[in-house]
Design a protein around this ligand. Sequence first.
Ligand code: PLP
Length: 407
Amino acid sequence: MVVREFRKSDKLADVCYDIRGPVLDKARQMEEEGQRIIKLNIGNLAVFGFEPPDEIVQDMIHNLPSAAGYTDSKGLFAPRKSIVHYTQEKGIAGVSIDDVFIGNGASELINMSMNALLNNGDEVLIPAPDYPLYTASVALSGGKPVHYICDEQSDWYPDIADIRSKITPNTRAIVVINPNNPTGALYPRELLEEIVQVAREHELIVFADEIYDKTLYDGNTHTSIASLADDVLFITFNGLSKNYRSCGYRSGWMVVSGNKRCARDYIEGLTMLASMRLCANTPGQLAIQTALGGYQSIKDLVAPQGRLTKQRDLAYDLLTQIPGVSVVKPKAALYMFPRLDPEIYPIADDQQFAYDLLAQEKVLIVQGTGFNWPQPDHFRLVFLPNADDLTEAIGRIARFLETLRKR
Ligand code: PLP
């Protein structure tokens, strides 16, 4: 009998998502064998004791019995209305309910926005390092991810000259992740204005990921790039996963703003893709209104003595004490992207580095190349485990690095 082999599609050839890649598979296997692993690999707040606001939980419980039906594909009226209010607070002009799409997390909408836009060979500018969903999603949609460098020497800000040098007649859009995962960077208004100017000159869509816009340390404030112009098309992503510690509720949104007149056809495409997946989960939609209108408890976590701030400071202090390790201190979000001096740590394959660290020290991080960083000399960690676990984990990283150090 001939047994046909089922293989994954060619569309997946360039698609990669290492945050949940082979090193995580190894960690799972070790856990099944009963080993305890300290996980610094994923921004999943709730599992580290960062509970979602109680009013959101109560809202989900209360609404569950009556939320079994489908809704409008773009989402329910009331949560979309509350998102419109939120855009007004952030200074994004001219947004109506029709411009708001609710999704099962921002991830679904990011995929949708690329799928609706890209033809084979269309290019999208994406930061390096990036949140790898963007590169994967552009590749899956038949587009070509083109990475622009964020400069570690300049607080990980996007390098505008590099952006300009990578624009071709095929460039359709630029992705701006601010606050940034994996670097923790927060971009100043002047820099955002420069990016808008590039988008204006080259008629690019700006995809603005602002999912960490309330997770800001040291009294910093956030500027929505879409608030800076009305003659450029912006698609802004946000959601409940991070600021409201509710990533399991899968609730996110996307707002179309700015020069919508030039995007009627694209918006039709977005609407069609939204219809094809029927709607986002209804309880998650209902929680949006409660979250945006409720007590913003994230403020307590990022206050000077807040748990997130203290853990950020602790991780930064411990990492920078290790010889050959340098880190730009995050101004926002949940991550750090430390550099391992290649003169001291000659790492050729950083996935192997992550694998060996896991095997030897039972600490799980994600290698920098998993974020489309071109050299094997960085890794990402989340500073979500409690202070004792963070101290233990970074101590183990230091011990492991000691074994790699060039003598
Ligand atoms: N955008 C960024 C920058 C993220 O870091 C993440 C998750 O880590 C997401 C989007 C995904 O968000 P969601 O849970 O809403 O799908």
